[in-house]
Write a protein that binds this ligand. Structure first.
Ligand code: P6P
Length: 334
């Protein structure tokens, strides 16, 4: 059972500890939360309202968009463009930034998001999610550009994800730990159900798309081989493996019981630094993971320190239980 603290109450109480907080950020978060509630409703209805399948279009990544990719992107835009807290938005589903239209006031934040992460799973009813990150506008808010988003992950004001699973959950950090909320559909409110989420330092569970094994770099080959060798191998313990192909579901599992998630650089497409996108997948998830006591690295550098050079830049991602991530990092140095 929960003590009934709503996310609104939690955010306002947290705001009280922030010197000079104007309430702008709290109001922005509420608009983001509204978008997530609407997306949860649409995703949960799925085939009943004919939103499954392909949208017959491609995103900037060259990936075929699902109908729901387009719909959820629109939900995020409509819920967050009008209130005057943002100067621009950016999304996996949009080639360029979305400056706040002239008919609305502009504010001091930037919002970057993946409206429906893992959407390839949505037609087969496997959990999907939304990932978002809030940055401060650096330049003039009346002429935002993609350059304004080129901030390392350490500059994030807030990061969160929604997981549309057996229940809809929202997990959030603004730099003071990680807290999880569950949507109570009877009252339409997110309720604090997982305060102060922390990741166990050790784990016996790794997540990687093993079909790419022949393309991995040597340090990742070595880590996975040793994990598969189990008790009789150099790690002297048996491991378990998971792969959901929804980063949000993998990260949530790691927050709940530990684990290591890897989408490493591979030679499948030598022109790509990795599969996952820095601004709206790796950075927000790394902020959350580090705030929960975990670690997140490209294998060669802390993800939150990476200086972005493009809205849709990709990076290798190795995150989760601190001691396991540090083992993989040590193999990159060997
Ligand atoms: P693969 C979903 O498309 C995603 O961006 C992440 O959510 C997920 O971890 C990964 O890609 C899955 O990639 O190659 O296994 O389909």
């Amino acid at each position: 059972m929960h003590n009934g603290t709503t996310i609104t109450q939690f955010i306002i109480e947290e705001q009280r500890h922030i010197q000079g907080a104007s309430g702008d950020f709290t109001s922005l978060l509420n608009d983001i939360i509204t978008a997530i509630k609407v997306i949860s409703n649409v995703v949960n209805k799925g085939a009943l309202i004919g939103v499954m399948g392909s949208a017959e279009s491609e995103n900037v990544q060259g990936e075929t968009q699902k109908e729901l990719d387009v719909i959820t992107n629109e939900i995020f835009i409509k819920s967050n463009e009008w209130a005057g807290h943002l100067c621009a938005m950016a999304s996996e589903e949009m080639d360029d930034i979305y400056p706040i239209p002239a008919q609305y006031p502009r504010g001091k934040y930037l919002l970057v998001f993946d409206p429906l992460d893992g959407s390839s799973n949505v037609d087969v009813n496997i959990s999907v999610g939304t990932i978002f990150s809030v940055l401060r506008c650096q330049g003039e808010s009346d002429a935002p550009s993609a350059q304004d988003f080129m901030q390392p992950g350490t500059q994030q004001v807030c990061a969160g994800y929604a997981l549309y699973g057996s229940s809809t959950m929202l997990v959030l950090t603004s730099g003071h730990g990680v807290n999880g909320f569950t949507l109570d559909r009877d009252i339409g409110e997110f309720i604090l159900t997982h305060p102060n989420m922390t990741i166990p330092e050790d784990t016996k569970e790794f997540a990687i798309n093993a079909s790419n094994q022949r393309f991995w770099e040597k340090p990742v080959q070595r880590y996975v081989e040793e994990a598969l060798a189990g008790k009789t191998g150099p790690r002297a313990k048996d491991f378990n493996m998971r792969w959901v192909a929804s980063m949000v579901a993998e990260v949530h599992r790691i927050l709940m019981r530990g684990g290591i998630f890897m989408y490493p650089k591979d030679t499948k497409d030598p022109t790509r630094a990795g599969k996952l996108r820095l601004l709206y997948e790796a950075n927000p998830m790394s902020f959350i993971v580090e705030q929960a006591g975990g670690a997140s690295s490209t294998g060669r550098e802390r993800i939150l320190d990476v200086q972005p050079d493009g809205l849709h830049q990709r990076v290798p991602v190795i995150l989760g239980s601190r001691n396991e991530v540090e083992t993989v990092i040590s193999y990159h140095k060997a």
